[in-house]
Design a binder for this molecule. Sequence first.
Ligand code: 5AD
Ligand code: SF4
Length: 432
Amino acid sequence: MNEHDSERIRGVLEENDWLPTDDPEAADLLIFNTCSVRESAVNRLLGRLGEARRLKNERPERLVALAGCFAQSRQADIFHDLPFLDIAFGPRNIGELPALIEGARSGSVPASSFTDNNMLSGGLPTRRGDDYRAWVQVMTGCTNCCSYCVVPGVRGPERSRPVSDIVEETRRLVDDGVVEVTLLGQNVNSFGLDLDTAGGKRQSFAALLEMLDSINGLRRIRFTTSHPRDLGPDLIEAIRDLPAVCEHLHLPVQSGSDHILGRMNRGYSREHYLELVGLINKEVPDISLTTDIIIGFPGEKEEDFFRTITLVGECRFDGAFTFVYSARAGTEAALFPGLIPEVTIKRRMHELVSLTQQIALAKNQALAGSEVEVLIEGPSRQGGSQWRGRTRQNKIVNFTTPGRGSAPATGSFTLVTIDSATSTTLKGHQSA
Ligand code: 5AD
Ligand code: SF4
């Protein structure tokens, strides 16, 4: 979501005749688009701001702007704490950036906007990173109350974009050469709950997928993120039945312990999660399943951690993003007792990561000998004459091509036979 916001910041700026540069020394405007979901992102930002302060002192007419959810969460003190800033704005105020720049240039005080202007940023100009794939925002904000999470506080309540806007934007992207879209929302499964119901019929996410699936030329539809509490059988059927919808589901579980899930306020049980995973595996046998897990949540006992380990063993995830819990100001969990010592967290993390890697490796190795459809992303980072792409299951594939023929085109599809695998990538050769 944050990266897509950056694409929009760039789109809005380019529409106002600003050009991007990779060289901070040459920039007239420096923008940091920030995230505050975990402390590690904030720490990285604080390191980068030192350089921004130096650049500002060097050339005072240069503007420095702070965007995104860290700015939003610190809005009251931001210009006091970071006096070299000229502009600060939240994730809901990207469209106001040209006016903020004008304000900062003409006034002697910094310019900011954090108001919830009820505007959906989906319609703003976007400068995409790739020609052949795009993000499409289907909703903003989040109305859940996971006790550890800053998102509802900084991005505001959930709002769905009208279906017709989403379909129209996707059509335009496909006309422009896009073959893959990723639909973005904090909780796509509750898409449409806040929309007016035409003729009493709810606009569900599954129904939206069906509409997008019928767009000619759109080969792959991805979406993120699903919430286990709200994922219904209609979405599983959509993944099973709609040709463009990819066989990949990112379904953050966060913990395998009911005690911790309750304290996290996630709204589902371990058993419910396992049932969902059973159902999706039955209906879509070639599904790839990924998840998010938090380790060291306040009060996480050894038996809670053990429940997470056994859940991972049962679900056999294709990939897991593992996070050390970080207390975020303003969230409910920041006040919870029962902080876990760092050594315990390290040990648990180590155990969890080795298990998830071992499972991912076994699942990837099982693909050896099979033929997969790959959307080509360009030359492999490993160099040589290798290419890189992704399967429908969102697995990265590095592959070789036969002979000295022309280089495979980025954004085109090819068939690749898998030869070997690591826990994160597949290796193969282009099928004859
Ligand atoms: N501490 C650690 N991880 C967090 N996440 C969200 N908030 C926190 C936090 N306070 C993780 C969750 C979520 C992912 C995007 O980030 O696992 O799914
Ligand atoms: Fe945060 Fe929970 Fe909303 Fe995800 S569903 S953005 S974890 S509050």
